[in-house]
Design a protein around this ligand. Structure first.
Ligand SMILES: [Zn+2]
Length: 433
């Protein structure tokens, strides 16, 4: 019978790595960079740079890595967030990595712009909802609603057993319909559900869904009497769409950086409805660091491609009341704020913090920026992960014989909310009966 081993994720969020073995064949689901140690304590950035099995950053999976004889049939990626894909470049090049086209594109874009690179070679794209075969495993990817673009959950069938792995998902983003479709799909009886529980045990602050985020942003932009700065991730496509819609509906100019412009342009090939569109008010602010990275990666023509949307510092300052600026802090917002502040104080300006709250606690750059210029900060955000009630609906619909909690700090409380919970420890094999 199939054997499931959670190499990392039974007691932590991030660094996911799951193995399913059947008759000597093995597949790995996700291979992420950990966000925290096994005891929930933070791992320093320095410690994360040394990646070995000895220090535990690489999960101890035999036959997976460069320096081992390859004994894994495939690695499957649910989505392009670092805590799920960040260690893929350690996989032996003979082992194929299956991922969606959108995930692959996001990883490649990250390799252009970020110092942290994940070079993957032996890749194969799957289509959502189309089963494919890896050894004895029949695998089907289901598109899920998550803060990462083109994210998957997997149904894995082998030896007559059915295992469903949620990856990261939610029911309150812009693709909430795919969550409802999953619930309405009436899967044949599942033997095992490996389910994320990121939001369990945490505080529920922020907007209830992405539509509410858009509404709140609109409210702010409509009433703004000076420039608005927005701090958010350039790879959270749902959020960029909310920001785009809110700014355009209020007649504001949305200023984005080259990275964000490039992300949207690349993903547009998969999803043409993504912004920007002709005759809208989206402009691109060129930062030297981004331009250099494009040039270093043989993408100089991209600099010309966005030229018609290019905006200079002076224009931003001169029409600041009409500007919504989504840029990194250093060299981006900071440069604009310093120049604007010289003209007149920024006390009417605002910064919208539109990201996971943990970052605010970890790094002080956003707070420092606001206090330096006397800028008011407000938070408008919704989680990338499902709430308990939605997870309950999912578990009820999928009705598994065994439910294994992962990607959670509250795994021990799962049995208070769901039936058939089996609590595993990292690295301990569990045979499906
Ligand atoms: Zn994620």
């Amino acid at each position: 019978m199939p054997i499931i081993t959670i190499h990392r994720g039974t007691h932590t969020i991030g660094g996911s790595c799951i193995e399913i073995a059947s008759g000597g064949h093995r597949i790995i689901l996700d291979l992420g960079l950990p966000l925290m140690g096994r005891d929930g304590t933070e791992i320093g950035e320095k410690a994360l740079k040394v990646r070995s099995r000895e220090n535990g950053i690489l999960p101890n999976v035999p036959g997976l890595y460069h320096d081992q004889e390859p004994k894994v049939a495939a690695v499957l990626l649910t989505h392009a967030h670092m805590d799920h894909h960040g260690l893929l470049d350690h996989v032996h090049p003979k082992i194929p990595i299956y991922l969606s086209k959108g995930s692959h594109k996001l990883i490649e874009i990250g390799n252009v712009f970020y110092p942290e690179k994940t070079h993957i070679a032996n890749t194969r794209h799957f289509e959502h909802w189309s089963p494919f075969q890896v050894g004895p495993f029949t695998i089907t990817s289901y598109l899920v609603d998550h803060s990462a673009f083109d994210a998957s959950a997997f149904l894995i069938e082998c030896e007559g057993k059915k295992v469903f792995y949620t990856g990261d998902l939610r029911a309150h983003g812009r693709k909430e319909i795919v969550f409802e479709n999953l619930i309405d799909r009436h899967f044949p009886k599942l033997d095992c559900l490996i389910m994320e529980g990121t939001t369990l045990g945490g505080e529920h602050t922020g907007c209830k869904n992405e539509r509410e985020v858009e509404k709140q942003l609109k409210k702010v932009f409509k009433l703004q009497t000076d420039i608005s700065f927005v701090f958010t991730s350039g790879s959270n496509i749902d959020r960029l769409v909310s920001l785009y819609k809110a700014s355009q509906q209020c007649g504001k100019t949305l200023v984005i950086d080259l990275y964000t412009a490039y992300v949207l342009d690349q993903l547009k090939k998969n999803l043409p409805s993504l912004p920007p569109h002709k005759k809208d008010k989206v402009r691109v602010y060129y930062m030297r660091g981004h331009a250099k990275r494009l040039a270093d990666n043989d993408l100089v023509k991209t600099l010309y491609y966005f030229k018609s949307r290019k905006i200079e510092l002076d224009e931003i300052i001169n029409t600041r009341v009409d500007m919504v600026v989504k840029l990194p802090i250093w060299n981006g917002m900071e440069r604009i704020a310093a120049a604007a502040n010289k003209e007149s104080p920024l006390q009417e300006a605002q910064l919208i913090y539109s990201m996971w709250g943990g970052y605010l606690k970890k790094k002080s750059d956003v707070k420092d920026f606001c206090s330096t210029y006397g800028i008011n900060m407000q938070r408008i955000h919704t989680s990338g992960h499902a709430y308990l009630d939605d997870l309950k609906r999912l578990a009820q619909a999928l009705n598994p014989s065994v439910l294994i909690p992962v990607h959670t700090l509250a795994g021990d409380s799962f049995s208070d909310h769901f039936p058939n919970v089996v609590r595993l420890d990292d690295g301990i094999a569990h045979e499906l009966k």
